[in-house]
Design a protein around this ligand. Structure first.
Ligand SMILES: Cc1cc2nc3c(=O)[nH]c(=O)nc-3n(C[C@H](O)[C@H](O)[C@H](O)COP(=O)(O)OP(=O)(O)OC[C@H]3O[C@@H](n4cnc5c(N)ncnc54)[C@H](O)[C@@H]3O)c2cc1C
Length: 415
């Protein structure tokens, strides 16, 4: 296939989901990934868990179900969590969310990214209208009569009507299309590792805020039912991250257990430590004629929100819906009218969530005493005031809480 209607660059969770959502459209799709894609079933390896995991909201679960991937993911490995506990590490305020309060089975699932990617790869490999091209990068793009001519590394080229950038925070598609961004670095890195805790995780996603150093423990349950595992995401200023990465294993475990206030007893890392530089980035436009950005290519957000994949999956779902609706109205896949509808529906939602998370991050980065007092009172008040708490739960889960819409349902932003 040298003339796909739609070319998706990037086989991360978001690009693969878009391909899977378009698998029954009749459109010819090419998915280009510079690396290799994990094949089904994702090898579980000799480590207890893969290092990169995501907290997926029920809205994301619904999208992955529509992709045809969710059953495979849960059959392989996914840990539901029914509570979320957030507290101020420098004060007394805390807030607790529970699935029972929201009248849902769970608030979300912790999944290993490669388990999700391998389930999605399986879905698209069996689709005759989708061609997967691995081990080649998008290098250049030029306008031509049919749309765009894409030049890949290795001298291959494709002619396409719509180019979708799902190629992550350093998007080549975004650069080639000249789409401007607003970005800043937090001067922080996230240290990620898998740990074992003395106490079981109690199906709870834990988050402790400390000025400029949020720490999250995301629950993981092994196939044996062992529920003492968790994935740690510890965001630290660069100098503290360097120091934490240089510690010996015992010292690191002690430092982590202390930072987590021994709430689950002693914590021991059972994998090596990985580190990711953190930056916020947002494209001023998500679309130009024949080009659209989705996922981290359009926006990357601090992991304290645990929302990057969730926002990206909503992008993929809305773009797929607009492409299909445009197709039904006789529009070509790259038609600007359909792409602009996608941008209108997604950009304001992404921006408002990013602004809320940025506010949270900055509030917890401040050290003045009155602000600390307000922060503590604020968390306690939110915990007691159900309309605001419900609104926050809706943002975190993609669900509309009962108080806001009768029975619990997926929030408005989910197509
Ligand atoms: C420490 C940490 C923890 C996180 N935790 C969570 C969480 O709990 N929940 C959550 O929702 N989000 C979380 N996130 C965010 C989440 O990981 C990202 O938002 C998500 O991975 C973005 O997916 P993507 O598919 O858009 O991009 P990526 O995952 O970056 O995928 C892009 C793909 O494009 C390929 N590519 C790049 N350039 C080219 C090219 N020129 N040609 C061909 N292929 C190319 C790459 O190889 C890659 O496979 C976390 C992030 C971090 C750093």
């Amino acid at each position: 296939m040298t003339q796909p209607d739609v070319t998706i660059v990037g086989g991360g969770l978001v690009g693969l989901s878009l391909a899977a959502l378009l698998r029954e459209s009749g459109l010819h799709i090419a998915l280009l990934e510079s690396d290799t894609l994990p094949r089904w079933p994702a090898p579980l390896g000799d480590r207890p868990f893969a290092p990169r995991v995501s907290a997926l909201s029920p809205a994301s679960q619904r999208i992955l179900h529509r992709c045809g991937a969710w059953e495979g993911i849960t059959a392989r490995r996914a840990t539901p969590y029914r509570h979320m506990h957030v507290w101020d590490g420098e004060g007394t305020g805390s807030i607790h969310f529970s699935a029972a309060e929201l009248r849902v089975h769970e608030l979300g699932h912790i999944v290993e990214n490669d388990v999700v990617r391998s389930a999605l790869t399986r879905c698209i490999e069996s689709a005759p209208n989708i061609q997967v091209i691995e081990g080649a990068r998008l290098d250049r793009a030029a306008p031509e009569a049919r749309g765009l001519r894409l030049h890949l590394t290795g001298a291959k080229s494709l002619s396409t009507q719509l180019l979708v950038g799902a190629d992550g925070a350093r998007s080549r598609v975004r650069d080639l299309a000249g789409m401007r961004i607003r970005q800043w670095s937090y001067g922080q890195r996230a240290i990620v590792t898998t740990v074992r805790t003395d106490e079981p995780h109690s199906e709870t996603a834990w988050q402790r805020f400390e000025a400029g150093a949020p720490l999250a423990l995301l629950p993981l349950t092994a196939a044996s039912g062992d529920d003492h595992f968790a994935s740690v995401v510890w965001s630290l200023p660069d100098n503290r991250a360097d120091a934490a990465l240089a510690l010996g294993d015992d010292e690191f475990d002690q430092s982590l257990s202390g930072a987590f206030e021994y709430r689950l007893g002693r914590i021991r890392a059972v994998d090596r430590r990985y580190s990711f530089p953190l930056q916020q980035c947002h494209a001023l436009r998500y679309v130009v004629p024949r080009v659209a950005l989705i996922g981290d290519a359009a926006h990357s957000i601090h992991p304290l929100a645990g929302q990057g994949v969730n926002l990206g999956l909503l992008d993929a779902a809305v773009l797929a819906e607009e492409i299909l609706q445009g197709q039904a109205r006789g529009l070509a896949p790259g038609a600007l009218a359909a792409l602009q509808r996608y941008q209108r529906r997604r950009q304001s939602h992404n921006l408002s969530l990013m602004a809320a998370m940025e506010g949270l991050y900055r509030t917890f980065g401040l050290e003045s005493l009155p602000l600390q007092w307000l922060r503590n009172r604020g968390l306690d008040l939110v915990d007691q005031w159900s309309p605001l708490k419900n609104w926050l739960s809706a943002q975190a889960t993609g669900l509309q809480p009962p108080a806001m819409g009768g029975s619990t349902k997926i929030a408005h932003q989910d197509p």
